[in-house]
Design a protein around this ligand. Structure first.
Ligand code: PEP
Length: 261
């Protein structure tokens, strides 16, 4: 049984004060839920958010993630942040290979593989993002692209840590566009990813959680999360407000009446 995992990716949004206010709002709306909750603030707000979670009594309940990391532990890499730095500030997770990193900062799956090796050996759990562009989908290359991204990004994954790994399937055409993959489209991609993972990880592939990401909102989350291979969501825009993020979390908890609030 895979525990659903819902993660917030704030991207380049929220100051320290706004991050602290979010933690207070989350404490008001989160309630009990069997879902694992992760929030990825910008680097500058990680410390303030960690303190605010503690003050709100949520530090054991909500994990913190970096949105990116460098593969080297230290050195002359101006503007970069390392795995030990993220661990030091309280991160449990790191997001790797987000499509914005891939498209805007030239991050290849080879770079993601190096970062994954560093993250896992430094004690961070990774959320590895993959996804096809609209052109690739229209050219019917979705599965080919997903297979290549998975194989290359996970090339140096630590085989003892497969159950900790999280994959985020995020069709690029659905990120920040308001356009969501239908539950059927998403489930088909997730089933393909699961099958590919079984070739890489063997029996442990059944433990790897696969999140869907791309314009997930309180209104569409329950339908997506009900599919057998959709084990959670990576949420951008709708994660900026604690009430809508909490509603998505409740959508991942079967029978939770707060899902549609
Ligand atoms: C994301 O940034 O990973 C994402 C899915 O964004 P949005 O929910 O805004 O589409």
């Amino acid at each position: 049984m895979r525990t659903p995992i819902i993660a917030a990716n704030w991207k380049m949004q929220k100051t320290t004060g706004e991050a602290a206010a979010f933690a207070e709002g989350l404490a008001e709306h989160l309630g009990d839920s069997p879902v694992e909750v992760v929030v990825a603030p910008p680097f500058t707000a990680l410390g303030a958010f960690a303190s605010a979670l503690s003050a709100a009594g949520l530090d054991g309940r909500v994990s913190i993630a970096g949105q990116n990391v460098h593969a080297e532990p230290a050195g002359a890499f101006t503007g970069e942040v390392s795995v030990p730095m993220l661990v030091d500030v309280g991160c449990r997770y790191v997001i790797l290979g987000h499509s914005e990193r891939r498209a805007l900062f030239g991050e290849s799956s080879g770079v993601v593989a190096d970062k994954l090796r560093a993250a896992q050996s430094g004690g961070l759990r990774a959320i590895v993002c993959i996804g096809e562009t609209l052109q690739e989908r229209e050219d019917e290359r979705t599965f080919e692209v997903l297979a290549a991204q998975l194989d290359e990004s996970l090339a140096s994954a630590d085989s003892r840590r497969w159950p900790e790994l999280v994959i985020a399937y995020e069709p690029v055409w659905a990120i920040g566009t308001g356009r969501t993959a239908s539950p059927e489209e998403a489930q088909a991609a997730h089933a393909f990813v699961r099958e590919r993972l079984s070739g890489l990880a063997g029996a442990a592939s059944t433990e790897i959680r696969i999140q869907y990401g791309g314009s997930v909102k309180p209104e569409n989350a329950a339908d997506l999360l009900a599919r057998p291979d959709i084990d959670g969501a990576l949420v951008g825009g709708a994660s900026l407000d604690p009430k809508s993020f909490s509603a998505i979390i409740h959508s991942g908890s079967p029978g939770d009446s707060r899902a549609a609030e």
